[in-house]
Design a binder for this molecule. Structure first.
Ligand code: NAG
Ligand code: NAG
Length: 335
C-alpha cells in the first residue's frame, strides 16, 4: 500500500502529490503503529477512554515501566533501521528528470536549489510538538550536511535547523481532519498549556540516525530523564478529547526529521567505476552520520502547539502559527 503511493516521485506528475507524500509519511508510521503489536507488558496504560481517570494512571512511570518503555523504543528503532533493507531505496524508484533526479512533486529545482512547493492545508493541521532549540539542532544539522551534501547537492531537502521538532500528538491531521472554530482552538491551546505545566523538561540522547525506505533521514532518541513522550501523549489525549483516535505515531516514538533525500547520489569518477550497491552506499553514509551524532545529548524545554496553514509547514518552512510553552514540571495541576 505504502509502496504504490510512493511510486510517483517525479517532477512531471501533478496528481495530488502532496497528499501522496504525506500519506506515505503517515503510512510509514501507521505501519509501525500496527506492526508494533508488542505486548504492553508492564507498560502503563495511558488510556484516553471517556471513563479513564487520570488519578488511576501513574503520573511518573515506575522504574520498572521506564525500562519497558525504553526497550519498546529500542525495538521500534530496530524495526525502523531494517526498513531500508527490507524495502530498498523506494524513493529512487520514481520517474527521473533529465538531471537524474526523482523529486517529489512538493519540491522543485530552482537554479539547482531544492525549494518546496507549498500548498494550503485545508483545514490547517494542529500539531503538538516538542521543540529542539538551535543550541542542539545547529550542530546536528551541520554534521548531517557534512555527510550528505557532497553527494546530494540539489537532490536533498534539509530540515530548517531552527525548526527541529518531535511530533507528538495531533488535535487534527490530514487523515482525520477535526474542524474547529477559533474559540475551540483557543480552548485546545489552553488545555495544552495546562498539560505543559505538569511536564518536566526532557534530557534525551540520540540513539541512532536512520534512513527510511522513503528517503527520510531521522534522528531516533532515547529518554534519559524527564517526562516520557508516552506519558505526554497520554496527557494530551486526555486534554484533547476531540483529537483523532488514530494518531500518526507510536506512543513511544521520539524522532526528529533531519533531511529528505530526493534523488540519486553524485559519485566521483573513481567511485562510479566500482560496482555500486545503492543500499550499501546509503548504509555507509548513515553509519558516518551515526559516528558523528550517536550519543548526542540534548535538553528539551518547550512544547509548541502549531497550526500548520500549509501542508507540512513545519517541515517545509510553510505558513504556520505557533504557541510556545515552557515545560513547567509543577506536578499534576489537575488535582
Ligand atoms: C477518579 O478517581 C478518583 C480516585 O480514585 C475517584 O474518587 C473519582 O470518582 C474518579 N472519577 C471518575 C470520573 O471515575
Ligand atoms: C528557517 O526558519 C526560520 C524560523 O521560522 C525562518 O526565519 C527562516 O527563514 C527559515 N529558513 C529558511 C531557509 O526558510
Amino acid at each position: 500500500m505504502a509502496t504504490t503511493s510512493l511510486s510517483s516521485f517525479s517532477l512531471n506528475h501533478a496528481r495530488s502529490p502532496a497528499i501522496v507524500w504525506i500519506s506515505s509519511a503517515a503510512l510509514f508510521f501507521l505501519i509501525y503503529l500496527s506492526a508494533m503489536n508488542a505486548p504492553p507488558r508492564t507498560f502503563p496504560s495511558f488510556s484516553s477512554s471517556p471513563t479513564s481517570n487520570t488519578s488511576t494512571a501513574p503520573l511518573i512511570p515506575s522504574s520498572n515501566s521506564d525500562l519497558a518503555v525504553e526497550e519498546r523504543r529500542l525495538q521500534l528503532y530496530d524495526k525502523m533501521s531494517r526498513d531500508l533493507d527490507e524495502k530498498g531505496a523506494v524513493f529512487l524508484k520514481g520517474g527521473e528528470t533529465s538531471q537524474s533526479l526523482s523529486l517529489s512533486d512538493i519540491f522543485e529545482l530552482r537554479d539547482g536549489v531544492v525549494v518546496p512547493v507549498l500548498k494550503a492545508a485545508n483545514p490547517p493541521v494542529r500539531a503538538n510538538v516538542l521543540y529542539l532549540s538551535p543550541e542542539f539542532s545547529k550542530p546536528i544539522s551541520e554534521a548531517v550536511k557534512e555527510v550528505f551534501l557532497p553527494y546530494f547537492d540539489g537532490a536533498i531537502w534539509f530540515q530548517n535547523a531552527t525548526m527541529y521538532h518531535f511530533s507528538l500528538f495531533h488535535a487534527s491531521h490530514h487523515l482525520t481532519p477535526v474542524v474547529a472554530t477559533e474559540n475551540e482552538i483557543e480552548a485546545e491551546v489552553e488545555a495544552v498549556e495546562r498539560v505543559t505545566k505538569s511536564i518536566c523538561p526532557l534530557k534525551i540522547k540520540l540513539d541512532r540516525v536512520v534512513l527510511t525506505s522513503t528517503g527520510v533521514l531521522l534522528g531516533c532518541w532515547q529518554v534519559v530523564s524527564g517526562t516520557d513522550p508516552a506519558e505526554i501523549r497520554g496527557k494530551l489525549r486526555e486534554a484533547l478529547p476531540r483529537a483523532p483516535a488514530k494518531q500518526l505515531y507510536d506512543l513511544v516514538l521520539l524522532h526528529t526529521s533531519f533531511a529528505r533525500i530526493l534523488g540519486h547520489p553524485k559519485l566521483s569518477e573513481e567511485e562510479s567505476k566500482k560496482p555500486f550497491d545503492q543500499v550499501q552506499f546509503f548504509h555507509e553514509l548513515v553509519a558516518r552520520a551515526n559516528t558523528k551524532l550517536r550519543g548526542f545529548e540534548a535538553t528539551v524545554t518547550e512544547l509548541w502547539f502549531v497550526e500548520e496553514y500549509d501542508v507540512l509547514a513545519l517541515a517545509l518552512n510553510g505558513k504556520m502559527k505557533t504557541r510556545r510553552f515552557h515545560l513547567g514540571c509543577n506536578g499534576d495541576l489537575n488535582h
